[in-house]
Write a protein that binds this ligand. Structure first.
Ligand SMILES: [Zn+2]
Length: 339
């Protein structure tokens, strides 16, 4: 029988969405990624002993998980969750535990490329995302202007490095996912969408603090900051576009025959594009795939798609990308010449 938690993870499957890549920042206090008890998806189930223990570990690690699970189990909504993110009692408790690393202020964003100027309001940012970044539909929801500009700025940088990707993501929207920064959603017809979860609606300061804590416990790559969130998603888009290319399709192309669609989703589900790259990178580094993944981040250990996305994010946002991530980018043919 489906419980509430199964239903939540199936929300996206109702129609013809075939795959959702969530960037779920949750993990236990030691930063160990676990897909037991629902941590790979949304929430541990408090009705099981193991789930309760997982929630306790997570709460001890300062992730506010207990509160989120509790709220979810009560069927409360994102508004309330966003209020918590904006500094409700949960956030205060975490700060008191010193888990939010407030002693390390958010790093200043890299100087914007000349092509990007922050919008004055969300409408202007929406127009920019449509006209300059190639989105058909844009819904920034209730994200604040700073967050919206941050998203546009990182996407601008990504598309200036990967111009062929412009238009590959058709829509930018919001998801109900309370625990994800962002997700890439792939539809059966080849359409790709980028969605932002409730965490992003809490404002950039909290996103930055949370991400910094993730880095501190090894869940995300050392040397990265919150800007890596967008690049992680772009990493998935790059991988998806590479699979389409192998089928002779452009990044924004829809499937006109079932064979292409079938091959595309089989490759995505098997993560074959990423698996091959990681295999090559491990060989070049004279190490194992397992060790290579572990050298990137705990989240990278989940599967080859996440390994690739984490390495891609580190490569593009860290001042000193580490050998493991450089090896993956080189194996993918994406390393900058002479960098
Ligand atoms: Zn991911």
């Amino acid at each position: 029988m489906k419980n509430r938690y199964d239903i939540i993870t199936e929300v996206k499957k109702y129609d013809n969405i075939t795959e959702v890549h969530k960037f779920n920042p949750f993990h236990d206090a030691k930063g160990k990624f676990s897909n037991k008890h629902g941590f790979a998806s949304y929430s541990a189930n408090p009705k099981t002993n193991a789930g309760r223990l997982a929630i306790e570990r997570s709460a001890a690690g300062g992730h506010g998980k207990t509160m989120n699970v509790h709220r979810e189990s009560q069927g409360e909504n994102i508004d309330q969750n966003a209020n918590w993110l904006k500094g409700g009692p949960g956030a205060k408790a975490l700060a008191a535990q010193g888990q939010l690393a407030s002693q390390q202020p958010k790093q200043p964003a890299q100087p914007a490329p000349k092509v990007f100027a922050p919008a004055k309001d969300v409408q202007e940012a929406t127009d920019y995302a449509k006209n300059e970044l190639g989105f058909k539909n844009v819904n920034f929801g209730r994200m604040d202007l700073e967050t919206v500009n941050h998203i546009n700025e990182e996407l601008t940088k990504a598309y200036s490095e990967y111009p062929e990707l412009k238009g590959a993501i058709e829509n930018l929207g919001q998801s109900n996912s309370k625990h994800a920064y962002a997700s890439v959603v792939r539809w059966a017809d080849g359409k790709v969408e980028l969605e932002f979860g409730a965490l992003m609606r809490g404002g950039l300061d909290l996103v930055a603090q949370k991400y910094q804590n993730d880095v501190r416990v090894g869940f995300h790559p050392a040397g990265t900051d919150y800007r890596a969130n967008i690049w992680h998603e772009i990493g998935h888009v790059v991988a998806g576009a590479a699979v389409k290319k192998q089928l002779g399709l452009k990044p924004d192309e829809k499937f006109t025959n079932g064979n292409d669609a079938g091959n595309y989703f089989r490759a995505l589900k098997g993560k074959t594009y990423e698996k091959d790259i990681i295999k090559t990178a491990a060989k070049n580094q004279k190490t194992t795939m397992k060790a290579l993944k572990a050298g990137i981040s705990r989240y990278a250990e989940k599967d080859p798609a996440e390994t690739f996305a984490e390495a891609f994010a580190e490569y593009h946002t860290s001042k000193n990308p580490r050998p493991e991530c450089v090896a993956i980018m080189e194996a993918a043919g994406l390393a900058k010449k002479g960098a």
